[in-house]
Design a protein around this ligand. Sequence first.
Ligand SMILES: Cc1cc2nc3c(=O)[nH]c(=O)nc-3n(C[C@H](O)[C@H](O)[C@H](O)COP(=O)(O)O)c2cc1C
Length: 225
Amino acid sequence: MKIVILNGSPRKNGSTATLLKEMAKILRSKGDAEICYIDLADYELKNCIGCMSCYHKGICCLDDKVEEINTQIAQSNGLIIGSPTYSSSMSGTLKIFVDRGHFVLEQALKGKYTFALNTYEIAGGGSVISALKTLFLYSGGIPAGEYSCKLPFNTSPFDRSGARGKLAVKTDKFYRKIKSEKPKALTNRLIHHIALHIIMKPQVLKRPTQYKAVIDRWKKIAVIK
Ligand SMILES: Cc1cc2nc3c(=O)[nH]c(=O)nc-3n(C[C@H](O)[C@H](O)[C@H](O)COP(=O)(O)O)c2cc1C
């Protein structure tokens, strides 16, 4: 099994990274999990310019290495995304990638198990978890865990008693869900069905030229015939 871990913090050795690296260590210890750990900060991604060419051509027109990350995700069985809380939202570093990750319309996470991780100092961590879970669900993913950690800036999450054990339990559950191919919960299936078939599909099919690559992708993954 292959699992991609994305660190959405601009700080490569901050609290979010500490938790993500611990998850990577636990998953590697299982013996059958290949871990691809990515610091988004290494990529210096450009902002989406809203040209919509990806919906027509299937790839981004901007000249950077975003498609390298997208390919890693496409080849994976599981995706863990971690972000600090910035102004009650996800970090800008992560949002730039999310806008360029072909997630929602392209159903990039179809059948992939997902985990949302967040750190925060005072308040707003819940909004980040909620935004990530919505992204996962609308993109066809299978929500398989979440962890939000409140801690003072620039401290180790593992200074808090119980944090290491709690993360280990959640990581183990995530691994077991992938391993056993646990099906998506009924409510999540319903939400995804409404988002894809009732909200997105009619709009996309109305504009087949503009959304050519999206329609090709939907045919490939049997969303439409
Ligand atoms: C620009 C900025 C905005 C932040 N906004 C919030 C916030 O809205 N709520 C909060 O609880 N913490 C906020 N924080 C604190 C970070 O979310 C927190 O310290 C986090 O653990 C840092 O993660 P890192 O070490 O992985 O970078 C903010 C930090 C920065 C630098």
